[in-house]
Design a protein around this ligand. Structure first.
Ligand SMILES: Cc1cc2nc3c(=O)[nH]c(=O)nc-3n(C[C@H](O)[C@H](O)[C@H](O)COP(=O)(O)OP(=O)(O)OC[C@H]3O[C@@H](n4cnc5c(N)ncnc54)[C@H](O)[C@@H]3O)c2cc1C
Length: 341
């Protein structure tokens, strides 16, 4: 059990900046995100695209913004728990919260900030009636242990970076790989596509383009074959031991919808004075919240994070006045930031 002041759900730009605002006020935070890298939409959906409306940064990419935010929160040494979804939030008798993730990690926190954006990113599933029978045994949406594919026949589905990265990573160890892609153009970086084509030319693997997997057969949870339907042409069945599906990620509000909060469609209603939700002690900032006039912009989320931090400080230290201090001149803020006076 990790005990902390605040658990922040979501490591998108607003969750990261929330760490900073809490840190300035002397509060410790732990951040949890269901994806494996911080940055939320900025790193998952548009890492290379330029952003032009971050104050005082004329232009930066999604990835660069994430790097800058991570640098900015370094002094506060927050715990970062990636690749796991927050599933359980329970209020305790002393008004603190028990939080549990899909990886079984447990936290005790005095407050929670939900910075969950458009929800937690989940792999887009292979939509076949019996796909669930094989999931996690011989049909995979992420690779946990590459060694399990050594000497096996694999069907890898998709045309993005994840699909191509795993083709290249596993091509030597696997017995055989068939890459199945619904188009003949790839979203993956051209260098990976070129390397894949070289492996096909040398006979190490096959690629079937403009085609879809239309059926899976097998026994129990073990796949034995997939049926592939090309756009033009006859179906083929190939024998496989594992199917790896990389169709990209889709956001889902997921467990957040079950925590008893006042939900407005897929967003959480908040009070604009303090960004608290309908549950005292649980705050929401960034794309996930709703209030009249809400704009889903990063700079709006930054403002919300600042006000939420002040409200949390007040909640944790009732009766004490929380003063605004300037980072330029305040010795205590310099101390917290590790800036020599
Ligand atoms: C293509 C594109 C371009 C954009 N350009 C701009 C721009 O130029 N300027 C601008 O201001 N905005 C832009 N935006 C919008 C901007 O990216 C969002 O406003 C911003 O990312 C919201 O930040 P956030 O931290 O609230 O949420 P997100 O970035 O969505 O991050 C939320 C994180 O929470 C995680 N999460 C959710 N639920 C859970 C859970 N239960 N457990 C664990 N983790 C969870 C998710 O995995 C995700 O990583 C753009 C968006 C897109 C898609």
């Amino acid at each position: 059990m990790i005990t902390t002041d605040v658990v922040i759900i979501g490591a998108g730009p607003c969750g990261l900046f929330q760490v900073f605002e809490l840190g300035l006020l002397g509060l410790k935070a732990e951040v949890v995100d269901s994806i494996r890298q911080p940055g939320g939409q900025c790193s998952e959906l548009y890492p290379d695209k330029p952003i032009y409306d971050i104050p005082a940064i004329p232009v930066c990419s999604g990835e660069e913004l994430t790097e800058r935010l991570l640098k900015q929160i370094e002094p506060f040494d927050c715990g970062m728990h990636l690749g796991q979804e927050v599933q359980v939030v329970e209020r305790q008798d002393d008004d603190s919260f028990r939080i549990e993730t899909s990886a079984g990690k447990k936290f005790s926190a005095k407050a929670i900030v939900i910075a969950g954006g458009v929800g937690s990113f989940q792999p887009r599933p292979l939509r076949l009636p019996n796909a669930g029978d094989f999931a996690d045994t011989s049909l995979h949406y992420r690779v946990r242990d590459p060694a399990q594919f050594a000497g096996k026949k694999l069907a890898i589905l998709g045309g993005g970076d994840s699909a191509l990265d795993w083709v290249l990573e596993l091509v030597d160890a696997a017995r055989h790989i068939t890459l199945v892609h619904r188009r003949d153009e790839y979203r993956a970086v051209p260098d990976s596509v070129q390397k894949m084509r070289m492996h096909v030319a040398s006979g190490k693997m096959d690629v079937i383009e403009n085609a879809r997997v239309t059926a899976i057969s097998g026994e129990g949870s073990q796949v034995s074959a997939v049926t592939i339907q090309p756009k033009d042409g006859d179906t083929t069945e190939i024998s496989v031991d594992h199917i790896l599906v990389f169709f990209g990620l889709v956001p889902k509000l997921g467990p957040i919808a079950e925590w008893g909060l006042d939900i407005n469609r897929k967003t959480i209603n908040v009070d604009t004075e303090n960004f608290e939700t309908s549950e005292p002690g649980i705050y929401a900032v960034g794309d996930i919240n709703y209030y009249p006039g809400k704009k889903k912009l990063i700079l709006c989320g930054f403002h919300e994070a600042a006000l939420a931090a002040f409200a949390i400080k007040q909640r944790l230290e009732p009766g004490k006045k929380v003063h605004v201090q300037y980072t330029t001149t305040s010795p205590i803020l310099h101390q917290r930031l590790g800036v020599p006076d």
